[in-house]
Each structure stands twice: as structure tokens, then as C-alpha cells.
Design a protein around this ligand. Structure first.
Ligand code: NAI
Length: 337
């Protein structure tokens, strides 16, 4: 595995060059601010919405996307993945000049060949493994955020230098920049979203239902399962010490339980089959993206609202609402990350 260490000399590839950041959301704001603070010439292109106002408050003279892209040497496409094809083809493509570089922060559009990329345009991926607010915070505090980097098309011979310069400028080399690919990045991302995390959520729900049937109180059960924040602490410790290493912080009985209590073989086999199926028949064959791509925002919002309402009615989530109402006033939901 290749890890690229920090090196201020990486930034040389961005000297005398202009970066157009398209989109000022989670990642766009962090990239634009970090690039600017690293001394890179940045333009922001955004449609007329609240994100544009945020960019203006941050001191950028925001342009229409097509105007920001025109004449830029590097274009960072930082809008939601499922919107990229339409916006790229209509507003970015006409302004791309020969020898320029497209930067993406996920492998989605490049791996699934969604963009009509001209032959003489380079394409690289600099994909931070963090939400945008952390990419900014960790640039400011100097720790930096880890990131997957790849060169997806090198028409000019200079794509790798631009990728590393961009990663350096947004603070990603400080924590280590790892060589990867659009295929690996998008598949791992979607696998987490479609296989691993739904299974973890389902296990929590099953655990709640079993404990509720046995008469355990909602408050104690939901606290024990996740509301105390203990699972987050365990994962933080795992990041520092390893998944097995963090076991040393638990009692002998807890260690014994965690090392012996795994699911029976038939349940593990079924889970393995399910994970393989999601990877092969939803992610790698492109069928998920084909079904998701190009949908209108209103349709996405309405589908998600229906799914959310159905989930919220299930026993554990309904119990969580009852517990929250008792222990603290309801908090406003935070945006997607
Ligand atoms: P976001 O949801 O925060 O994007 C909002 C921005 O997109 C706003 O500037 C908005 O004006 C613009 N936008 C939305 N729909 C548009 C449309 N139809 N036409 C024109 N502009 C539109 O996006 P986010 O989450 O920052 O994702 C950007 C890229 O970064 C994606 O490729 C994503 O996979 C990647 N990424 C995101 C992470 C995160 O923290 N959310 C983490 C790592 C990578």
C-alpha cells in the first residue's frame, strides 16, 4: 500500500493555477477554505441557494457554475454524486479546457463512467474519509484528514502531481494519503451503506426487541445499546488500539463474551451470502447506480421520507423517542453527512 507523506513541495503543482470549486456544501466549503488558506487561487461556482450565500459570507465572489469553470485549470466537482452527471454535462463540460484536471471527492461518477470526460482532460480523486466539517477543523488544528487518492486519467502526464498538490492543500497528506482507485473508494463506501451498516442497525433492533420481550425497560436498554455513546467510544478506541487491542480496556468477562459469543454458523453464512450479493449484484455491476442516478430531488426526498417514517414506527426507534422525551427535550435533526 502506498502512503504519501506531507511535503510542501507538492503545492508547486498548483502555483499559477486556478481551482474552480463547484458546490459549497459539506466538502466544497472545506476544500475551498483550505485551498484558499494554502495560498491557492480559488473560485467558487454555485447555483442560487443557501450554500451560495454561505460562500459569499466566507468572502468568495461566487459565480454561476459555468462561469467559474470557464478558464479554470482545475475543477473540483463537489456536489452530491447523483447530481454530478447532469450538472457536469450541462454546466462544467462546455468550459473545460484541454489539459485541465477534474477533481472528485468520491469514486462514484468516474467508476460508473457517468461523465463525458474529454480525452485531453485529466481526472483524479482526492476523497477524504471524513465529513467536510472535520476536513476544515482538522486543517485548522493541523491534524489533517486521511484521504484516498487516485489518478483516473492522465492525459497530460501531470495528473499525479495535481492530485498530491490538491491533497496537500486541503490538509490530507498530514494524516497520510493512501493510493486507491475510484472502484475501491465507491465500492467500499456503498458496501458500508448497503451491507454493513444496515446489518448493524438491524442487530441493534433485534437486541432491543429481545430485551423488551424479556421485560427490560426502554430507558435502560436504549442507553445500554447506544444512547450513552459507549459504542462510539469503543470505535474510537478501536481506531487507536485496534478492534482486538481495545478489548484490553474491558473486564475479563466482557472479553470472554466478545471472543466467544459470535452468531451461529448458519446465521454467519447467510450474512456472508447477503454481503457478497450486495457487493456483486448491486454495487459492482452498477445496478444500484443505474436505478438511483438522475432522480429528481423531490422524488428522492419523498422516498426517503417514506422509508424514514416506516423505520421510525418500528419498536426500537419508537422506544428511543419515548426515552428522549423523558430525558431531554427533542433536538433538531442534523443534516446529512
Ligand atoms: P452536499 O450535499 O453537501 O452538496 C451541496 C452542494 O451541492 C451545494 O453547493 C449545492 O448548491 C450543490 N448542489 C446540490 N444539488 C445541485 C444541483 N442539482 N445542481 C447544482 N448544484 C447542486 O455534497 P457533499 O456531501 O459535500 O458531497 C460532495 C462530494 O463529496 C460527493 O462526491 C461526495 O461523495 C463526496 N464526499 C462527501 C463526504 C461528506 O462528508 N458528505 C465525505 C467524503 C466525500
Amino acid at each position: 500500500m502506498t502512503v504519501y507523506p506531507p511535503d510542501p513541495a507538492h503545492l508547486d503543482a498548483l502555483r499559477e493555477r486556478t481551482v474552480a470549486v463547484v458546490g459549497y456544501g459539506n466538502q466544497g466549503r472545506a476544500h475551498a477554505l483550505n485551498l484558499r488558506d494554502s495560498g491557492v487561487a480559488v473560485r467558487v461556482g454555485n447555483r442560487q441557494d443557501g450554500y451560495r450565500e454561505t460562500a459569499e459570507r466566507d468572502g468568495f465572489a461566487v459565480q454561476a457554475i459555468a462561469d467559474a469553470v470557464a478558464g479554470a485549470d482545475i475543477v473540483a466537482l463537489l456536489i452530491p454524486d447523483e447530481m454530478q452527471q447532469r450538472v457536469f454535462n450541462s454546466e462544467v463540460l462546455p468550459g473545460l479546457q484541454e489539459g485541465s484536471t477534474l477533481v472528485v471527492a468520491s469514486g462514484y461518477s468516474l467508476f460508473y463512467n457517468l461523465l463525458a470526460l474529454p480525452e485531453q482532460v485529466d481526472a483524479v480523486m482526492v476523497a477524504p474519509r471524513m465529513v467536510g466539517s472535520n476536513v476544515r477543523l482538522r486543517y485548522v488544528d493541523g491534524t489533517g484528514s486521511p484521504s484516498f487518492v487516485s489518478v483516473e486519467r492522465d492525459a497530460t502526464g501531470g495528473a499525479a502531481a495535481i492530485a498530491l498538490a490538491y491533497a496537500e492543500a486541503i490538509g490530507c497528506t498530514r494524516m497520510g494519503c493512501f493510493a486507491s482507485s475510484s472502484r475501491e473508494e465507491v465500492a467500499l463506501d456503498l458496501f458500508g451503506e448497503q451491507a454493513l451498516w444496515p446489518a448493524i442497525l438491524q442487530l441493534l433492533e433485534i437486541a432491543y426487541e429481545v430485551l423488551a420481550e424479556a421485560g427490560f425497560s426502554d430507558l435502560a436498554t436504549i442507553y445500554e445499546l447506544y444512547l450513552s455513546g459507549e459504542p462510539a467510544e469503543i470505535f474510537e478506541n478501536a481506531a487507536r488500539l485496534g478492534l482486538l487491542g481495545q478489548l484490553s480496556m474491558h473486564s475479563p468477562a466482557a472479553r470472554l463474551g466478545q471472543l466467544t459469543g459470535s452468531l451461529p454458523e448458519d446465521a454467519a453464512r447467510a450474512t456472508r451470502e447477503r454481503f457478497r450479493d450486495v457487493l456483486a449484484s448491486s454495487i459492482l455491476d452498477g445496478s444500484f447506480v443505474a436505478s438511483w442516478q438522475g432522480r429528481e430531488q423531490a422524488e428522492i426526498d419523498s422516498r426517503l421520507a417514506g422509508l424514514f417514517a416506516a423505520a421510525a414506527a418500528r419498536p426500537m426507534h419508537a422506544a428511543e423517542q419515548r426515552v428522549r422525551a423523558v430525558i431531554a427535550p427533542p433536538q433538531a435533526a442534523e443534516g446529512n453527512g
